[in-house]
Design a binder for this molecule. Structure first.
Ligand SMILES: CC(C)(COP(=O)(O)OP(=O)(O)OC[C@H]1O[C@@H](n2cnc3c(N)ncnc32)[C@H](O)[C@@H]1OP(=O)(O)O)[C@@H](O)C(=O)NCCC(=O)NCCS
Length: 168
């Protein structure tokens, strides 16, 4: 089942992210805010009552035309069956997302699974994917993290149902 997160999901989302390197481990508090204030643009995939998939996302306040995808996590046992792609597509149907014409994320050069996910998503929606450095290793991470490349996928389909169909 795909659904919106609730604050009670916070600890299990924090654990799921920890199972999914190379994702940054966020603070528990960060995940709680995502599961509450940003619940409209975040999604949980549950199997037998346990979260096996998670996407955090938001509409950047200065760029409301975008849906920014922060993290995508699928438990190792649930990979390779299209779950991440389904969660991304489901977010587009949310009532909080109408008007978004582009999806934006950042990915390190060597994260093949993440590039494959967003390339497949762009292909399925007939959109183009543009890449450019966004946060650079030395200028922005003080040499402590690889450059994060921005992937911008546009145009997003506009004939979306916005029915919130993933609600329980
Ligand atoms: C990236 C990740 C979310 C993919 O989840 P998933 O549910 O297995 O992905 P999907 O099954 O929806 O696959 C989407 C596409 O990516 C491809 N893909 C998935 N994993 C891949 C891999 N390891 N190598 C190459 N391609 C891969 C799939 O073949 C599919 O493409 P297709 O539709 O052309 O066949 C998952 O591997 C993960 O959690 N990784 C660790 C955390 C991470 O790196 N997150 C992304 C950065 S935010």
């Amino acid at each position: 089942m795909l659904r919106r997160p609730v604050p009670g999901d916070g600890p299990r989302i924090t654990r799921l992210i920890a199972e999914c390197p190379p994702l940054d481990r966020n603070s528990a508090y960060c995940n709680l805010l995502q599961c509450s204030d940003f619940a409209g643009t975040c999604i949980v995939a549950e199997r037998d009552g346990e979260p096996v998939g998670w996407i955090s996302a938001y509409r950047p306040p200065a760029r409301l035309e975008q849906l920014f995808i922060w993290q995508v996590a699928v438990s190792p046992q649930a990979r390779g069956i299209g779950l991440a792609g389904r969660m991304l597509a489901s977010l587009l149907d949310r009532p909080e997302v109408p008007g978004a014409t582009e999806m934006v994320t950042t990915i390190t050069h060597d994260n093949a699974a993440s590039w494959a996910l967003f390339e497949a998503f762009a292909r399925r929606h007939g959109a183009k994917i543009e890449r450019a450095p966004r946060f650079e290793r030395d200028a922005h991470f003080g040499g402590a993290h690889e450059t994060e490349w921005q992937a911008r996928i546009a145009p997003l389909p506009q004939s979306r149902s916005n029915t919130g169909a993933d609600l329980p």
